[in-house]
Design a protein around this ligand. Structure first.
Ligand SMILES: [Zn+2]
Length: 130
């Protein structure tokens, strides 16, 4: 696999998620928050999954969170880590843990967002040690 193939992914961007991906391309982690019940949710949806209000908006997350769970794919060259990270805002997202010693990763570890180029002007939010 060449470096180009490795870094390019095929994102399907719908109208609900478009601001999320545009934010990520600019280095902003956006999450959708409900103005009716005050709760955040992820992935981004126009209708709040907690109270079904349509009064939702994107807000910029702190970018700080903690590892809820993770898995190491050691068969890959190089190995990589997928994880659920719970943001300080309370939402949990599926992501990758990067730039860390794999054997030192722990559940509950504090992490911080960074952005990985994904091709076509997009970027993926990934996390590294805080
Ligand atoms: Zn709500």
């Amino acid at each position: 696999m060449s470096a180009d193939q490795k870094s390019k992914i095929n994102l399907v961007v719908n109208s609900e998620g478009k601001p999320y991906w545009e934010g990520a391309a600019k280095g902003q982690l956006l999450i959708r928050t409900c103005n009716a019940c005050g709760k955040a949710h992820h992935y981004p949806r126009t209708i709040c999954p907690h109270c079904f209000s349509e009064d939702t908006a994107f807000v910029e997350a702190s970018g700080n969170g903690a590892i809820y769970s993770y898995s190491v794919t050691r068969q890959a060259k190089p190995p990589y880590v997928i994880a659920y990270v719970t943001l300080d805002e309370g939402v949990t997202m599926l992501t990758n843990i990067v730039d860390c010693e794999i054997d030192r990763i722990r559940i509950g570890q504090k992490v911080r967002v960074k952005f990985s180029e994904a091709g076509d002007g997009y970027a993926l939010p990934v996390f590294t040690s805080a």
